[in-house]
Design a protein around this ligand. Sequence first.
Ligand code: KG4
Ligand code: ZN
Length: 363
Amino acid sequence: MTLLALETSCDETSAAVVRDGRILSSAVSSQIKLHAEYGGVVPELAAREHLRNLIPVAQTALRDADVQTGQLDAVAATQGPGLPLALLVGCKVAQAIAFTLRKPFVGINHHEAHLYSPWISQQPLSPPNGERVVGDRVRGENVGGIFFADFTAFQPNVSLIVSGGHTMLVKVESELKHRVLGSTVDDAAGECFDKTGKLMGLPYPAGPEIDRLAEQGNPKAYDFPRPLLNDPGDDFSFSGLKTSVRYFLRDHPGILDDTQWLRDMCASIQAAIVEVLVKKTIRAAKRNHVRCVTASGGVTCNRTLRRELARACEREGFELRLAEKSLCTDNAAMIGILAERKLLANIAPTSLDEEINPGWVLA
Ligand code: KG4
Ligand code: ZN
């Protein structure tokens, strides 16, 4: 089965071609530079950029995969959650393509796609039947292998989805069957990285910059709060940490003038966020009697989070599957992979007149 998938829920315009669990191509056009000027995503601008870029990005994905529209068996797009105007672009374009080709359309929940992205890994596969595989590029990197979703290795897991808009723990009982255990009651972890970074004068999105500066900082230099760390539930809260950083900066004027102090601040803030994420994930995994932990979403790019999750899982005897870095941030490939699984599981396609669902909550 060959699918074209589109993703436009926030500030990445992405298209991918997926065939039989393999990502043949994945094109992502990031709007980060555009929004950096405003210190955050401006919905109207995001939608205009999607309108401008989506067709060229989709053409790139089809060309990279060496696939013609006539070879497509289905078209998928993110239906929600996300910015309404941004979602409209991808969803309506995908429905129009499906209509023209007389093929099924699959509307996907963005978080559900993140949830299964850790099962996609890079494999040096030789293509069957001498078929030409050209789609070994994700995010413009020539990775020299192909990304492949291997659900034969699937096992029940507790999954951490951690991004700019969301932080949640989900129990995934079997493929396509999951239950949300907890989510953030205020800011998401990525938002906490971005907002505390903004307070320190770092460019948007500050997460990757904090990650970089923290490498040479002392994580124990400043003791920031670990919200809800000892709460027995699976919910998160990060706005108190942000407020604490704001007061700390107010009470220590000049601290940011010293590069080492800035690095120490970054390392200390990051340590607080990571400790909460790791401890609560491990606790949820133990309580739910699973043997596997997975993580995905933009913040899963964070090196300290990856390292600390790996350490904790090794210590506690859990198998850990982290989404590949290139698939952590928003991308259409994960949308296509999930859409294909749904069609293979005989889940009915989405109607062509179905609306976007900007507030679609993962159950
Ligand atoms: O999944 P994503 O691309 O978009 C959303 O669905 O939100 O995640 C973007 C978020 C931003 O908050 C960004 O700061 C954060 O992921 N992020 C990071 C890192 N790379 C991206 N946070 C911490 N460390 C990183 N290396
Ligand atoms: Zn996302």
